[in-house]
Design a protein around this ligand. Structure first.
Ligand code: NAD
Length: 327
């Protein structure tokens, strides 16, 4: 397959680039490096330093090759920042995405895989895994900006074959440590734990211990980034075979509380992970666990790294590499 991939210099996109290359596919990356890093990308790809809203440049890229699929990862991802600056999120995650999709359509590329998020679900009331049919009620502008982009794709089903992938909490790093999460202002729990593990931070802050969960801390479904990358390879094959739109949750269907994750990390690090309790953050949901029946059935996908210890281990190993090699 010949894949055009936006946001490839970011955390998830770069893992997908490696997975696609490992599976013998051709990859072209578009990234403006606003939060991404070119140094985590392999040399044997075409790379364009370009904003997805630069219609003329995108048109030239689209006309330079016969792409089978657009994978759209580029976007901003910080929930808290989206609450303080919603405009930034609607502009990049919705308006720029739609501009990109329209340029693709004008240039005959109508197979799209879109990186969406469990944040579109908001805070579902029923205490059960969330299926793709759940009513969407995002709690923050980040989730809302992604929902609006999903709505554009769904409204244009006749013209666009799209697969919307709703990622739950993505964590971990490539097991060969070719790439991982590089961020100066990390907001991901397992990344922050890893920074504490290598001594880059003193402690971790738990935002809220008064949720109605067993230990009071919020519950999430953590998926290893390499399994998520594999989902993208499988989704591409599925999309080209079926040429019809669909929506899949991407998670393992199992929830861990913040304290569960810290306890597991403390087992691995012999108690290095100190923490303190702080107030809840605006826009945070209490519990997000995916129902994975649909993705398992349609993609016949089987996870390889479905183990919290493996996920935390790989993340700490990557953090050590960043520290030792000053990445
Ligand atoms: N990380 C998670 O846990 C998670 C969970 C759910 C959904 N997602 C979604 O997955 C996607 C990738 O997330 P990530 O964690 O890899 O984020 P990231 O910030 O590491 O990567 C995003 C990449 O997009 C690029 N980019 C942003 N705006 C751009 C623009 N206008 N033009 C060109 N490039 C642009 C950035 O430079 C960066 O390389 C995002 O769309 C995000 O909403 C991530």
């Amino acid at each position: 397959m010949n894949i055009l991939l936006t946001g490839g210099a970011g955390y998830i996109g770069s893992h997908v680039v490696f997975s696609l290359l490992d599976n013998g596919h051709k990859v072209t990356v578009i990234d403006n490096l606003s939060t991404g890093h070119k140094k985590i990308l392999p040399k044997k790809i075409n790379f364009f330093d370009c904003n997805i809203n630069e219609k003329y440049k995108i048109k030239e890229i689209l006309q330079s090759s016969n792409f089978d699929i657009l994978m759209h990862f580029a976007g901003f991802i910080k929930v808290e920042e989206s609450v303080s600056n919603p405009k930034k999120y609607f502009e990049n995650n919705t308006d720029n995405a739609i501009s990109l999709f329209e340029t693709c359509l004008e240039n005959n590329l109508n197979n799209i895989i879109f990186s969406s998020t469990a944040a579109v679900y908001g805070n579902p009331k029923e205490n059960k895994p969330i299926s793709e049919n759940e009513l969407l009620k995002p709690l923050n502008p980040y989730g809302e900006s992604k929902m609006r982009t999903e709505n554009y794709l769904l409204k244009n089903k006749k013209k666009i074959n799209s697969i919307i992938l709703r990622y739950f909490n993505v964590a971990g790093a490539d097991n060969q440590l070719r790439t991982g999460l590089l961020s100066d202002a990390a907001t991901h729990l397992i990344k922050i734990i890893s920074e504490v593990a290598v001594g880059k931070r003193k402690k971790i802050c738990i935002y809220g211990n008064d949720y109605t969960t067993t230990d009071g801390t919020a519950i999430r479904d953590y998926i290893h980034v390499s399994d998520l990358a594999d989902i993208h390879v499988k989704t591409s094959e599925y999309l080209l075979q079926n040429r019809e739109s669909n929506i899949f949750n991407c998670g393992y269907g199992r929830g861990y509380s913040v304290l569960d994750v810290i306890n597991k990390a403390n087992n691995i690090t012999n108690g290095k992970i100190k923490f303190e309790i702080s107030n809840r953050r605006p826009g945070d949901a209490e519990k997000l666990v995916s129902d994975v029946e649909k993705i398992n059935k349609h993609l016949k996908w089987k996870p390889k790294y479905n183990n919290l210890k493996t996920i935390i281990h790989s993340s700490i190993n990557w953090e050590k590499k960043i520290y030792e090699e000053n990445l």
